[in-house]
Design a protein around this ligand. Sequence first.
Ligand SMILES: Cc1cc2nc3c(=O)[nH]c(=O)nc-3n(C[C@H](O)[C@H](O)[C@H](O)COP(=O)(O)O)c2cc1C
Length: 359
Amino acid sequence: MNYYYAPMEGITLYPLRNVHREVFGAGVDKYYTPFLTAASTFHFKNREKKDVLPEKNSPLFEDYGTQIEPQIMAGNAENFLWAAREMKKLGYKSVNLNLGCPAPTVVNRHKGAGLLQDMEYLDKMLAEIFEAVQEGAIVGGKPYNKRRDEEKLAELGSDVYPEVSLKTRLGFSDPKEADALMRVYAKYPVKELTIHARVREDYYAGTPCLEDFKHALQIYRESGGQASVCYNGNVDSTDSLQKLLEVIAPDNDANGSESISSIMIGRGLLANPALVRELKGGEKLQPEELKKYLRKLYDAYAEYIPEDRNVIFKMLEHWAFLHVHFKASDKCLKNIRKSRSKDEYQAAVNRIFAECEFV
Ligand SMILES: Cc1cc2nc3c(=O)[nH]c(=O)nc-3n(C[C@H](O)[C@H](O)[C@H](O)COP(=O)(O)O)c2cc1C
């Protein structure tokens, strides 16, 4: 079984990816970047571009092109293909298309989970994407020009595009929509299909629909879908993993390799950065390594963003999940939240480790 760090906007940026890799080792098989928007201007925002620059990746990613996968948010094939090519030029071997973001601003622009509302359009978009990927044809960015594009192809080699994976939900408002969606996905040579076992209307709340996930997977396979399938949703402990596998993969062998090949984890890793090690049978999170992780993360964010206050805001995003490890910690957490300088913050963090029982 492979374990992936889920894409999370504003969170799984290179400071976190690098520090997590450094402190918790090579257990996570792949890290997804937060989505990069493939804008119709054919430019990325500076901060998005910065996040995928190869020199920002720690050397501990000895093969970053396969260990880190950029995620792309796009509402049409042309923009997606342009962004995918840019990622290929930077050395990434595969990119992921976001078909799950539930934010109204995204959905209303027919991107993210908005694409699940119009399956005919989605089918056409995927057909254009995979046709170009298979043929190496350059169709993004500028109108297709046979002579110019053939010259460019010769220059780049036939390897113009990275492989394409998809991250979807079971539907927009009803998991029953998954049947038709899976039939669409099964038509294309998708590298990996990640299914977040919820619909858009669920956002991130409630329990994932495991039976619906299992059914969707069955339809995908029956329709000829060949991609490796990755499960996503609420894996946060060995217990939750076991319960999940009992439902969705009761016939799997010990590696779970028959029906799903990987599990993507988001919030579970924010709450317990050692979770993948635990799931692989290793040691539980230790307070000392959490302390080290937090110290290094602070320093990495301090290089990434100016001003203590902004760095502390970033750290608070992690504390919103990490506080579960500290018993009776309300007062200490309040001090962390109230801190305005690096010194105040560090003193508050030292206090929570010294005064609250670690669980
Ligand atoms: C703060 C936050 C930001 C997210 N940003 C993205 C994103 O950029 N792209 C994406 O596909 N999913 C995004 N997600 C969804 C996660 O990748 C994942 O699908 C979701 O959290 C469910 O998995 P989990 O229960 O393991 O957290 C985000 C989720 C959260 C909580």
